[in-house]
Design a protein around this ligand. Sequence first.
Ligand SMILES: O=C(O)CCC(=O)C(=O)O
Ligand SMILES: [Fe+2]
Length: 372
Amino acid sequence: MALVLENPFPKSLSKTGPTKFSDDGKLLELVVKEGYGVKGMVDSGIAELPQRYIHPPHERIVRKEAIDALCYLAKPIDLSKLGREGGEEVARALCESAEKLGFFQVVNHGVPFELLESMKCATKRFFEMPVEKKAMYLRGKTPCPNVFYGTSFAPDKEVCLEWKDYLSMIYMNDEEALKYWPEQCRDVSLEYLKKCKAMISGILKGLLEGLGVGLEEGALEAYMEAKAVNLNYYPPCPNPELTVGVGRHSDLAALTVLLQDEIGGLYVKVDKGWIEISPVPGALVINVGDTLEILSNGRYKSAEHRVMASGSKERVSIPIFVSPRPHTMIGPLPGLVEDGKAVYGRLLFGEYMANYFGAGHQGKSSLDFARI
Ligand SMILES: O=C(O)CCC(=O)C(=O)O
Ligand SMILES: [Fe+2]
C-alpha cells in the first residue's frame, strides 16, 4: 500500500520527528476523535508503535506459538445439501462444530465468489478515502446512528488500543441503507447481505433444530432479525508482535458470518492454546456468538477469539453479525431447562447488548452478565 508522503498530523505532535509520537492525549484526539484512525497514523509515516498500542506481553499474539488446528477444526463444511435431501448429515456437522469449537468454515454456501471479492474491494475503497470523508461517519457526526466509522472496539474504555479501523452498518431497511450507507460500499454490501440471508437462515435453523427441543413459531426469524455488516480494516503495522488487531473476545451476536482475505491472523482459543483459522479461498467463517450460547444453554460455544495486527500488508475482514432485535427476550430454549439446569437466565437482548458494549474486550467475560 502506498503511504501518503505528506504527514497529515500536525507537525507539533512529535518531539522527535514525524515518525514517533509521544503524546497519548494528542494521539487519541487525532486517531479517535478526529477520525484519522490507525490508517491515518500509518499513512503519516510512523515507524514505532505509540505507547497506547503496546499490549502487555501475556496479551500479545505469537504466531509460532499457535497450535495445530487439525485436531480442533473440521474441514470446511459443504452446505450444498443443507435444507435439501441428504441435508441431515450437513446439519449434524454444523451442530458438532458449534458444540466442539464454536467456529467452522463453510463452502458451497450460495454466495458468489465475485461478490466476496467485491466486498473486499469495497472495504478498501471506503478506507482509502480521505480522512475528512470518513470522519463524516464518526459517532456524533454521522447523519444516521446505524452507520458509524471508528477505531478500536471501545477506545474510551480500553487501556490498550486495537490496531483496527471499522465501519459498521446496521441494516434496518433498504430505504435507510440507500440513503445513508457510504456509496463506496453501499450497493455491494446490501447485495451481500441479501445473498447471505438463505445461508444464515439455513445454518441457524440447523443449529436450533439440532438442540432437539422444537422451536416456537417465529423464533428462528426473531433470533436473526437484526443484521449488521462491519468492514474491518487492519492497516500494516510496524511491530505487529507488540499489539493486537482485535483483543480476546467472544461475539455478541447469535451467529457471525466472517469473510476474511488471504492474509490470516484470526486465532481461536482451545484448551491448550490458540489455533489459527487459516483463510480458505471462497469459504466463509461462521462462529457462534454469546446469544446462541445462551439460547442453547451453553451447548454451543461462543468461542473466544482474537486477531493479530497485520504485518507488512493491510488486512480486511467483513463480519455480518446476526442477532435478535433489542426488544427480543433471550434465554435458554424452554425444553432445554425443564430439569432446572439453566446455566443462563432470561433477559432482553437489548440489556445484554448494553452490557456488552459497556466495557472493552475481556475474553468471554461478557457472558457472566447472563449467567445464573
Ligand atoms: O477480523 C477478523 O478476522 C475477526 C474480527 C472479529 O472478531 C470481529 O469483528 O468481531
Ligand atoms: Fe469477533
